[in-house]
Design a binder for this molecule. Structure first.
Ligand code: GLN
Length: 482
């Protein structure tokens, strides 16, 4: 049951082999067993989860079940969920019980899915290792000495350790794909604007995008079908016809042109990762695809551009946490200004403060043109590189991360090294294009490796098709650490 696909679970529920209440109880039990060690969840609320399961069982009984009805899904603690503690991994929101549901949560609720708990994450989604959470580090279930990646590290750990059939994540510079790669699961960041950001606590609004994390591409397709859709309450939400992301899963890959950017296959990639990527490409060629070299000359600038723009937007977004309206407030202060200062000093962790400082600096009068405007111009050039590459190929592949999971504590004292974890992933956020990671093997110390599949705008169905065809002939996505 813990290894079952979403489709298999739906069949078992429909055939009454198991009820949602039983399924939910089993996963809650498993969370109880493993969470003390992994710390993948910040909040579990059996009462709400089981009440949802009971309602789902009724829907199933009267024949109103959809593909996700009765199935537990873990929600990243960045999504506001009514009646749930919603912390964003921060002391600042450590007492915040959301009075409303995020657009994504509403969609899962309408689908009859069960919220099985809120997953741990880097504070305000800033990090690549899940070591910045106020609620403690998350461990990689493949090797508890290693980081799970971040910022959706709790989600990746929970799926990998089979504490939930699937989970949500958010990706501002790589936070779905990087932890998916390091934990050996699948995850997709959709085209910007497909998934509602309403009630998804903002980090860098022009880059943030929610998406699913699961064992397989087929599961991701079913989750995307529920998560995507126009939301009037998000001003950047896209108005498009609904799409069935599972519609192309079975298509053969013959004739597919895979672009391999020479900049991504330069130095920087570890040998074990290079080896696994090469093997995955061999598999894709066997399936009928051809590979060609492409060039993304400005892509190596993604990290510096990202680390100007993301902090700039974060410094603005995080100004709302002032101790007045909700969340943490310093217990003692002399006047209003002192209350703001003490609240923010005590409520935010070191990485969040670092981002606010950088962001305020690059937006300041004297430096705005030199940093912020310059970064915006480069952002456009990076997007142009991809547009040109997609005239020659259908899809771009490369590694998701330069190395396998690093050790806990290895990079937490060196922010620049930590920032480089997103060297391959951040470009997709800057362009708004979709990108995903799927497991393709293991490197040193049996730590997982991910293949990065990038596509042009709205190519999710095609990307999922490629990933699914690969997963039909390999079994990396079926492996679990426990
Ligand atoms: N690791 C990147 C950062 O710290 C990306 C985080 C994310 O995608 N949320 O900003």
């Amino acid at each position: 049951m813990f290894n079952a696909s979403l489709k298999q679970l739906a069949v078992q529920l429909a055939e009454k082999k198991i009820s949602s209440t039983e399924l939910t109880t089993e996963f809650l039990r498993r969370i109880k067993q493993f969470n003390p060690e992994y710390n993948a969840f910040i909040t579990v609320n059996e009462e709400i989860s089981l009440a949802q399961a009971k309602a789902a069982d009724k829907m199933i009984a009267v024949g109103q079940a959809g593909p996700l009805t009765g199935i537990p899904i873990a929600q990243k603690d960045i999504f506001c969920a009514k009646g749930w503690l919603t912390t964003c991994g921060s002391k600042m929101l450590s007492n915040f019980v959301s009075p409303y549901d995020a657009g994504v949560i509403e969609r899962f609720n309408q689908a009859g899915a069960i919220n099985i708990g809120k997953t741990n994450m880097d504070e305000f989604a800033m990090g690549s290792s899940n070591e910045t959470s106020y609620f403690g580090i998350v461990k990689n279930p493949w090797d508890v000495a290693a980081v799970p990646g971040g910022s959706s590290g709790g989600a990746a750990c929970a799926v990998a350790a089979r504490l939930t059939p699937a989970a949500t994540g958010t990706d501002t510079g790589g936070s779905i794909r990087q932890p998916a790669a390091l934990c050996g699961i699948s995850g997709i960041k959709p085209t910007y604007g497909l998934v509602s950001r309403y009630g998804m606590i903002a980090f860098a609004s022009s880059l943030d995008q929610g998406g699913p994390m699961a064992k397989s591409a087929e599961d991701l397709a079913l989750l995307l079908n529920v998560m995507t859709g126009f939301d009037l309450r998000d001003s950047t939400s896209l108005q498009r016809d609904a799409e069935d992301y599972a519609q192309d899963l079975q298509k053969p890959l013959a004739g597919l042109r895979i672009g391999l950017p020479k900049e991504y296959f330069a130095e920087g990639m570890s040998q074990e990762v290079a080896r696994a990527i090469e093997q995955a490409l061999v598999e894709c060629r066997k399936l009928g695809a051809q590979t060609i070299e492409v060039s993304l000359p400005n892509a190596p600038l993604s990290i510096p551009v990202y680390y100007v723009l993301a902090p700039a937007e974060a410094s603005s977004n995080l100004s709302r946490f002032d101790g007045v309206r909700y969340g943490y407030r310093a217990p003692a202060y002399s006047d209003l200004a002192d209350m703001y200062r003490k609240t923010r000093t005590q409520g935010f962790g070191a990485e969040v403060k670092r981002r606010i400082l950088i962001g305020t600096y690059v937006l300041s009068h004297g430096y705005y043109d030199a940093y912020y405007i310059k970064a915006q111009k480069l952002r456009r050039l990076i997007a142009q590189d991809f547009a040109e590459a997609y005239e020659r190929c259908d899809i771009i592949m490369g590694p998701t991360t330069p190395t396998v999971a690093f050790n806990l504590g290895e990079k937490s004292g060196d922010p620049i090294q930590m920032y480089l974890s997103d060297i391959y992933t951040s470009a997709a956020n800057l362009t708004g294009m979709p990108a995903m990671s799927i497991p393709i093997g293991f490197g040193d110390k049996n730590r997982p490796i991910g293949l990065h599949i990038m596509g042009n705008y709205f190519k999710e169905a095609q990307m999922l098709n490629i990933a699914h065809q690969y997963q039909l002939v390999t079994d990396w996505h079926l492996k679990s650490p426990v």
